[in-house]
Ligand binder design. Structure first.
Ligand code: SF4
Ligand code: SF4
Ligand code: FES
Length: 220
């Protein structure tokens, strides 16, 4: 069996602007979009794409499928799919985007638990449920493509991924940085009238990251 799919092809060395090419991908029951890309690659179409774990953990295979960000390794293959790179990040080649801008905007804010001087005795810790849920983020960056205001080239602009990373630190019981203030520096105020972000693996971004940072709520 074959599935007819369209895949975005873009070669910066050719000076083209990129376009969608139709392929007939081999298809077996249970195949995913990632399997179709692997099959195309092994045949005669050297399409560029990222992947790693093949089971939802590494986040590298995020692409847009029929206009929505999805993990290629978790999306069933079927006829008529259109596969494009994530729109929120610069397209490097075919389905590959530059992931650096999403991380570099965060670095000045040290998005890891800042515990200051190590205590003499290690405190007893109970992991807050928010921290547990937020730490499931596989850094796929797909949520950035659901945000209408995120701009990868604006250092004063955060998006859902960046707010998830700040919220991870915010909900760490030992973190000593003012994460809501950092989120304000990344323009979180505009989120109050939006709340549209969606996570590819089901993290409740608005409830567990955006709203607590907006409200400046601290873990008791
Ligand atoms: S709430 Fe809206 S503006 Fe804020 S990060 Fe989510 S999608 Fe973007
Ligand atoms: S919050 Fe969800 S969609 Fe966004 S990077 Fe993390 S896992 Fe991906
Ligand atoms: S290949 Fe790792 S999440 Fe899809």
């Amino acid at each position: 069996m074959k599935a007819s799919i369209k895949v975005w092809r873009f070669d910066p060395d050719n000076g083209d602007k990129g376009n969608l090419i139709q392929y007939q991908a081999p298809y077996q029951e249970g195949d995913t979009v990632l399997q179709a890309l692997l099959d195309l690659y092994e045949q005669e179409y050297p399409v560029c794409f990222r992947f790693g774990c093949r089971f939802k953990k590494c986040g590298l295979c995020a692409v847009e499928i029929n206009g929505r960000p999805r993990l290629a390794c978790r999306t069933p293959l079927k006829d008529g799919l259109t596969i494009r790179p994530l729109r929120a990040l610069p397209n490097i080649r075919d389905l590959v985007v530059d992931r650096d801008p999403a991380f570099s905007v965060l670095l000045p804010y040290q998005p890891w638990p800042a515990i200051g001087e190590p205590p003499e005795r290690l405190p007893r810790l109970t992991e807050p449920v928010e921290h547990q849920r937020l730490m499931a983020c596989n850094e796929c960056l797909g949520c950035l493509s659901t945000c209408p205001t995120y701009r990868h080239d604006d250092p004063s602009c955060g998006g859902p991924f960046q707010f998830v990373k700040l919220a991870q630190a915010h909900f760490h019981p030992l973190d000593r940085m003012d994460r809501p203030a950092q989120a304000r520096a990344l323009s979180i105020e505009r989120c109050g009238s939006c709340l549209k972000c969606r996570c590819l693996i089901g993290i409740p971004i608005v409830k567990m990251a955006i709203q607590p940072l907006l409200e400046g709520a601290h873990q008791p």
